[in-house]
Design a protein around this ligand. Structure first.
Ligand SMILES: NC(=O)c1ccc[n+]([C@@H]2O[C@H](COP(=O)([O-])OP(=O)(O)OC[C@H]3O[C@@H](n4cnc5c(N)ncnc54)[C@H](O)[C@@H]3O)[C@@H](O)[C@H]2O)c1
Ligand SMILES: O=P(O)(O)OC[C@@H](O)[C@@H](O)[C@H](O)[C@H](O)CO
Length: 408
């Protein structure tokens, strides 16, 4: 019998390639079972439930696949099943809540705050004691952000609950990394012919994986370090490296690469023009990552190989989504740092200009719930900048550089 010790919010591809894989590799069979909830729809929960929650993880290298059937998922639920959510969070055996919901879900009173506060209120009433909440989204200080939105909502609804959360809930900050594109119908067909069973919900991921965590686990945790996870006092240097170099590089390719007609990350990095742009960006970004130069050079080389993996079809359209949430995290810190140092960073400017071009209709389509105020202003780079980063809007040299880089 697989007992549920972890409840996950945001049942998608990444959670199944990353946290679920670490949990399977870092614990004995049946020891740390996971119950997972989708954001909204029942489709994936139903598909997984129909196959006893097992699924194939396809670890796709540049020349071959390694298929591994994953068994740590015990139950899968639609996000709308809030009664089961509260019951599972309230269970004494539950030690961890993990989250992969996208950046946009961490808005004040947004879905992450709402679900966590309702679950934690039920746990408090059940007297089930402390647990850890582990955010695995691409946000700087994701543990602190989660704590902030949860405390804000709880304090407004019930100050006694807020006090209980302070005393009982540990918010762990993590850097997560494993490139995991959306599963396609052809992935499903390939897994059926190679794996020998009709898996309706396989996940394709790259061989590389990284997880760096900082925080307390008052009710215990799997031995994730057995699978290579690292526990550190300070996640910041690791997350800055990853968010600026990997995610910032992805955003560059998503906007500037798709405007050149490229469809995937691998297509874009095979184009010497995009490669040159990536180098410009990485040269600038590296100046703002507090890690030794040698470490950054090695990371850049490895990253280029990962991006170039021709068998991983990571679409630029998927990465381009939610730019209004991602640009401030992935690009603005470098832009601000470079301007403060008196430099005009062409790599960062290119990402900003390419994002404005994307808002104007060039390249990947806009898919972003927060885009409207920016698309309304997209004809004026000054207006976009004023809304995005009011502190930079009066910087005429920067503005001129953005305007002269625009294509649309
Ligand atoms: N895919 C990757 O390579 C990768 C790598 C590192 C980190 N991540 C993080 O994991 C997140 C999820 O990635 P994924 O590939 O699993 O995506 P996915 O689309 O497969 O799954 C995301 C889940 O969250 C839900 N969701 C998303 N936004 C929501 C919202 N605003 N409200 C309610 N539900 C919402 C979706 O319905 C789905 O259940 C990313 O946004 C990122 O923060 C992904
Ligand atoms: O997942 P998002 O939407 O935050 O960003 C898209 C990609 O940049 C991202 O998913 C990377 O593939 C990932 O962060 C690699 O670990």
């Amino acid at each position: 019998m697989r007992s549920i010790r972890i409840v996950h919010l945001g049942l998608g591809g990444f959670f199944r390639a990353h946290q679920a894989w670490y949990t399977g590799a870092g614990s004995d069979p049946g020891e740390w079972g996971i119950a997972a909830f989708t954001g909204r729809s029942a489709t994936l929960a139903d598909a997984l439930s129909a196959q006893d929650c097992r699924y194939t993880l396809v670890v796709r290298g540049p020349s071959s696949d390694d298929l591994q059937v994953q068994k740590t998922l015990v139950s899968a639920h639609p996000g709308s099943d809030s009664a089961t959510w509260r019951t599972l969070i309230s269970a004494q055996s539950t030690a961890l809540v993990t989250i992969t919901m996208t950046e946009a879900a961490y808005a004040p009173s947004g879905v992450v705050a709402d679900r966590l506060v309702s679950g934690l209120a039920a746990r408090r009433l059940a007297g089930s004691g402390p647990l850890a909440v582990v955010s695995c989204d691409n946000l700087p200080g994701n543990g602190e952000v989660t704590a902030r939105v949860v405390h804000e909502l709880a304090a407004r609804l019930d100050p006694a609950l807020d006090e209980w959360i302070t005393a009982n809930v540990s918010f762990v900050t993590t850097m997560v990394d494993r490139i995991t594109p959306k599963t396609t119908p052809s992935d499903v067909r390939d897994v059926e012919s190679a794996g020998g069973w009709a898996d309706a919900a396989p996940v394709v991921t790259e061989p590389f994986t990284e997880w760096v965590l900082s925080g307390d686990f008052p009710a215990g945790r799997p031995a994730w370090e057995r699978a290579g996870a690292r526990f550190v006092d300070d996640v910041v240097p690791h997350e800055t490296r990853k968010l600026l170099l990997l995610n910032g590089g992805h955003s560059l390719l998503a906007y500037a690469g798709s405007a050149l007609g490229h469809e995937t990350v691998a297509d874009a990095v095979a184009d010497p023009v995009c490669r040159g742009w990536l180098d410009d960006w990485w040269d600038e970004a590296c100046r703002h990552v507090p890690l030794p130069t040698g470490e950054l050079s090695a990371y850049r080389s490895a990253l280029l190989e990962r991006f170039a993996n021709p068998r991983i079809r990571h679409t630029l359209a998927q990465i381009a989504a939610d730019g209004s949430q991602k640009i401030p995290i992935r690009v603005l810190p470098v832009l601000r740092g470079e301007r403060a140092a008196g430099r005009l960073p062409t790599g960062a400017v290119r990402i900003l200009a390419a994002w404005i071009d994307h808002l104007r209709g060039l390249g990947a389509p806009v898919s972003d719930a927060g885009a409207q105020p920016f698309t309304d202003r997209a004809r004026s780079a000054r207006d976009v900048l004023s809304l995005l980063a009011p502190d930079l809007a009066a910087d005429d040299d920067l503005l001129k550089s953005v305007e002269s880089t625009l294509r649309g």
